[in-house]
Write a protein that binds this ligand. Sequence first.
Ligand SMILES: *Cc1c(COP(=O)(O)O)cnc(C)c1O
Length: 755
Amino acid sequence: MCDKNYLIVSNNELTHRQPNPAIARIVETLKSKGEKVQYSYSYQNAASYVVSTVAIDCILLEWNAHDIAQIRTLVERLSLRHDQTPVFLMVKSAGDNASVDAEVMNRVTETFMVLDDTTDFIVGRLQAAVNRYEKIMMPPLMAAMMEYAKEKEYSWSAPGHQGGVGFCKTAVGRKFYDFYGENIFRTDMGIERASLGSMLDHTGAFGESEKYIARVFGAHRSYSLVVGTSGANRTIMQACLTDKNIAICDRNSHKSIEQGLMLTGATPVYMTPTRNAYGIIGPIPKKQMSAEYIRGQVAESRFAALLEEKRPAYSIVTNCTYDGLIYNGDIIQNMLGESCDRIHYDEAWFGYSRFNPIYKGFHAMRDDKKAHAKDAPTIFATHSTHKLLNALSQASYIHMREGRGNIEPAQFNQSYMMHATTSPLYSIAASNDVAAAMMDGKQGVNLTNEVIEEAVDFRQAIARKYEQYKENDWFFKPWNPEVITDPKNGERYPFPEAPKPILMQEQSCWILNPKDSWHGFSDLDENWVMLDPVKVSLLTPGLNDDGSLKDRGVPAALVTAYLSNLGIVPTRTTDFQIMFLFSMGVTKGKWVTLMNSLMAFKKHYDMNALLKDVIPELISAAPELYGELGIRDLGDKMIAFLKEHNPSHKLNQAYELLPQIDMLPRDAFKQLVANNVELVSIYELESRTAANSVIPYPPGIPMVLSGENFGDENSPLIGYLRGLQCWDDTFPGFEHETEGTEKEDGTYHVMCLKR
Ligand SMILES: *Cc1c(COP(=O)(O)O)cnc(C)c1O
């Protein structure tokens, strides 16, 4: 195909001379063959251009010995976005050629003497290089798909739309076809297309793709999935567990882990993370991963008592909590490895961990896979490729390092297929392939560096404002260390003044120090958790250092409502915390808009602007309540509510003690299928058994799981739900989302087992 982008870089600006006639001929020939040509008339312009665009397939660089410094800069910049793009150097003479310096020469694909070589020869070489480049750039599955899309074939099987043709039979179908574009349909094919191999058998281009993904992610084996990390987690659990086994589970687990317990019938014992006054979910204390603690948990479980095999067959840790805390991967492996031969790191939000040295050691696929000893536990990692790498929704990976408790591919595949589909959408699988290719080589570190840099810039900008206002005014405070120590020379800086390279490169800046108070956790272990710099929490005033409530403050819910009105959506909001995720899709400088909006919020809050002016959507929720109210008045009401009901304290209590387990999740689910369940109002929940899990957002951690008991009338679980009810009644438009509850006649109900 001849539709590639060629960039011609020369230095014509100063002299206004005509383009070199030989180059003009090359351009003409390229254009006559259908190629696209763009010019850059200075090396400097080109140096910025190559960083801001990726739509370049080939670069022709006119050599000019006078501009050697600028050419070097350009060549250096290429590594950011165009590490492998072919670069052709055009020199005028042998003498000219002799003046090219080694650094430039090393990066150049080929050098032409523009006056000696014929135009056809040069253009032929260029096109060949571009084709080679495309071959090495494209990962295996995507390359095969692009090749396949070129073939026009008649198929007599599903999908019935036949490359999109079926859609074009009616107007509505045609709209759908035009909206998504031809290639999505052309590459949506049934699994009989042998030329691509089989996703379910891991053969052909699919098999090659998984091998490639494994190489990039440092795994012995990787699997590409189109059923999300929900499916990935269930796959692993189904491959590891039966109803004769014990599973060590992080209480801070995604819904899919409970589903895995339902499917397998395994008996869980739990590790319970801590929680600080801001409602931020902290780490599981290290001691809960010790063999002694886990033996104790197993000994205490009346369900485990019924099992012959007391050694747990599987363990799961959510690595990267919703609040951005990540664990020391070695310590997990060593500690849990004593109790269990298989450790699963659910890294749904942490797919980029391997590609930036700042995360070194704090994830599953650490260092070189060859260093993973045969007698080390088998490690699983799951990544939601679509969450923080670049892939279509539902794209997910399983990575494995084989050790003790390994599961052979043929056996593992039975579980893989059980949670897969026999009709995968290949473009999702191809996006898994592309996501890996995007992180391969230098690009991975470059891309993650850019995200970290944006997040660090934002954190420092907020921190500077916070410092400026903190004496007798207020501003948002970034949740990160207040003082940064340069590990090289021990020099200390207030966070806003710390040199950016230290924050971007020194992991020690982000490791939670038990002696610090900023994080709000009381019982931390050394070198146990770090904060991911790209997951940025801002705190609003309202809490004292000891976690007690102040008389005045700024409820985070109001900030979120205000920002939503401006089309800015934070990822998470608790009482006094708002969180923003920095990802590769965040464009440079986008945080400046956010900063401006936060400043505007402060102004409006301080002047008590009318809600109808600043959050107009709110008015329709309760016109009589909000119609004439100021935003600060509402804030004061919310603070008064929190002081009176203290839901956060109840939630903390609720999470501190595990509920009594009446039956295993699987048995509760069986009762649900048998319809032996009923909706129970939160005013009648005492001593009832939940038929489904109840998960308040935030924090997104189950309060009770299926089969667990709500407790007596003093139960913080019930107290929390009642407080929630009261909040929702008092502040319409600010209702919480609580999975596993239903509102009937305005009252929260939970599905419970019939008595
Ligand atoms: C989102 C998430 C999942 C599920 O991932 P999907 O790709 O949405 O199915 C699993 N675990 C954790 C920790 C998650 O946050």
